[in-house]
Unconditional design. Structure first.
Length: 218
């Protein structure tokens, strides 16, 4: 059966899901970067809107700086700047994606970095951290959340999408371990939604908001 054109457009996303290393994933994004926003727009890519809305519900406008983990081509910085978050930092494993983000001029600082490894930022450096479309198979491991918590200030928020591949027991095990350790507290979660609603595939996800709350700091 012929595939819907919009599914062809996100074939590279499925290639990343199947990738066996982060180098391979970064290479796929490098080669996709120029067409990424066109293709994701074509399938109604909804993570950036969901993550931005959730951040705005909990983190006051004017909060700075915000860290955009897995920044890609910089879609989030465009949205957050317009919503009144003045200073955005970002990192990504793909130089090709970062090149497009840099060209937009929305970020104060962009660098290569990898969720799942130590991040090159100071503890408590950021008012909030976000990650849109990054915690999913073939991309960032959930252990990457540890570093996002470390670099968020007490009282700040960590807001991120989690794809179907991690939802349920895998995510709850990681999230509760951090909560039991006094590292963060869940403050909000969306319902399930389809992150590519114009595609034939249904890619179910949720967005979560956690607070690095002073009262639970160990
Ligand atoms: C689906 S794109 C999302 C990009 C952007 N956040 C957005 O919503 O448009 C996933 C991005 O995560 C990056 N990425 C994948 N694994 C990563 C990791 N472990 N650490 C940092 N970035 C990663 C990819 O290079 C890619 O730019």
């Amino acid at each position: 059966m012929a595939r819907h054109p919009s599914d062809e457009e996100i074939r590279k996303l499925h290639d990343v899901y199947a990738s066996s290393s982060l180098d391979e994933a970064a290479g796929i994004y490098d080669s996709w970067a120029d067409d990424y926003e066109d293709h994701m727009g074509g399938v109604g890519y909804s993570h950036p809107a969901m993550v931005a809305a959730m951040l705005a519900r909990h983190q006051p406008a004017g909060s700075a700086p915000i860290l955009d983990a897995g920044a890609g081509t910089g879609i989030m910085a465009g949205i957050l700047g317009a919503m009144g978050y003045p200073t955005i930092y970002g990192f990504d494993i793909s130089q090709g994606m970062l090149g497009l983000a840099m060209a937009k001029g929305f970020y104060k600082d962009l660098r290569t970095g990898c969720l799942g490894e130590p991040l090159d930022y100071q503890t408590d450096q950021f008012a909030a951290c976000i990650a849109s479309g990054v915690f999913t198979q073939g991309h960032a491991p959930l252990d990457g959340l540890d570093e996002l918590v470390r670099v968020t200030r007490p009282g700040g928020h960590i807001v991120f999408s989690v794809a179907r591949s991690y939802l349920g027991e895998v995510f709850e095990t990681k999230a509760s371990a951090l909560e039991r350790g006094g590292k963060w507290r869940r403050v909000d979660a969306t319902e399930h939604y389809d992150s590519t609603p114009l595609s034939e595939d249904t890619l179910i996800a949720q967005v979560y908001a956690y607070s690095k709350d002073l009262c639970v700091m160990g």
